[in-house]
Design a protein around this ligand. Structure first.
Ligand code: ADP
Ligand code: MG
Length: 251
C-alpha cells in the first residue's frame, strides 16, 4: 500500500466530467509525475488532495488517513505540502521572514507574522528558518526582500517554506512553469535533492525534460481518465500516450 492512495475519484463541473474514476497508488519515497494535455484534469486532481475541491465520489488516503473533508491547514499539519503554479510567497517580506511564517505555522496551525509567544520561541523559529535557507543555498539573501528574487529563486524560497514544515508528501503543480531554461535546470536539481531526502513527491508537469529527469513513475491523464501508468522508459513510445498528445504538447 502506498503513502497516497487514490481510489475511484470522480469530479464533475456541471456537464463536464473533469475526473473519471481516477486511481493512483503512490509509493513512499518515490517521485510520481502526472502528465497530460491542457485541461486533462491534473490541477483538479491535485486540488482534491489538499481540500481545495471535494471529489463527487471516491477516496484519497494519505498515510492511512482520509484527506477528504478536512481543512487545508490540517492537511498541511499531517505532512502534505503543496507548491502552486505561481510561487506563493510574501513579496514584501524578507526571505527569512517568509520561512519563519510556515515554521511557526507548523507549531501553531495558523499563518501569522509575529505570533510567537516569547523571545525564546522567536529565536528557535528564526534559527530553524535560517538553517533551511542555508540548506537551499540562500543564506546570503536572508535579508533580501522576496519580491525582488528571480523566478527560480522565488521557487527555491517557496520550497524552503514547504520543507521547513517537514512534509512527508510534496505536491507540485508545474514547478517550472514560466521559467527560463537555467532556472528550470536549477529547479530540477533542487527537486532531485529533495527527493533524496526521502520526501515523496507528486509532480504535475507539461515540460517533458523535467518529467523524464525526475520521475520514478508516470501517470498520463487525458480527459479526466488515467490512460497509462508506467516507468518513464515506457511512456514516450506508448501509442495511447502519443494519441492523447496529438495536436497538443510534444513528447
Ligand atoms: P489541467 O490542470 O490538466 O490543465 P484542469 O484540472 O485545470 O486541467 O481542468 C480540467 C477541466 O476542468 C478543464 O476543462 C477545465 O476548464 C475544467 N475546470 C477546472 N476547474 C473548474 C471549475 N472550478 N469550474 C468549472 N470547470 C473547471
Ligand atoms: Mg493545471
Amino acid at each position: 500500500m502506498g503513502i497516497l492512495e487514490v481510489k475511484g475519484v470522480n469530479k464533475r463541473f456541471g456537464g463536464l466530467k473533469a475526473l473519471n474514476d481516477v486511481n493512483l497508488d503512490i509509493q513512499e519515497g518515490s517521485v510520481h509525475a502526472i502528465i497530460g494535455p491542457n485541461g486533462a484534469g491534473k490541477s483538479t486532481l491535485l486540488n482534491c488532495f489538499v481540500g481545495r475541491l471535494e471529489p463527487d465520489t471516491g477516496s484519497v488516503m494519505f498515510d492511512g488517513q482520509s484527506l477528504l473533508g478536512i481543512q487545508p491547514y490540517r492537511i498541511n499539519q499531517i505532512g502534505v505540502s503543496r507548491v502552486f503554479q505561481t510561487p506563493e510567497i510574501f513579496a514584501d517580506l524578507k526571505l527569512l521572514e517568509n520561512v519563519m511564517i510556515p515554521a511557526f505555522a507548523r507549531r501553531d496551525g495558523s499563518f501569522k507574522v509575529n505570533g510567537w509567544k516569547s523571545v525564546g520561541e522567536e529565536r528557535e523559529i528564526r534559527d530553524e528558518a535560517m538553517t533551511m535557507l542555508a540548506e537551499l543555498g540562500m543564506e546570503a539573501k536572508a535579508d533580501h526582500v522576496a519580491g525582488q528574487l528571480s523566478r527560480g529563486d522565488k521557487r527555491r524560497l517557496e520550497l524552503a517554506m514547504c520543507l521547513v514544515q517537514k512534509p512527508k508528501l510534496l505536491l507540485l503543480d508545474e514547478p517550472t512553469a514560466g521559467m527560463a531554461r537555467a532556472d528550470t535546470n536549477n529547479t530540477i536539481d533542487l527537486l532531485k535533492q529533495i527527493a533524496k531526502r526521502g520526501i515523496t513527491m507528486v509532480v504535475i508537469e507539461h515540460d517533458m525534460h523535467v518529467v523524464f529527469s525526475l520521475a520514478d513513475r508516470i501517470s498520463v491523464l487525458a480527459q479526466g481518465t488515467v490512460i497509462v501508468e508506467d516507468v518513464p522508459g515506457n511512456i514516450k513510445g506508448n501509442p495511447k500516450v502519443q494519441e492523447a498528445y496529438l495536436g497538443g504538447a510534444h513528447l
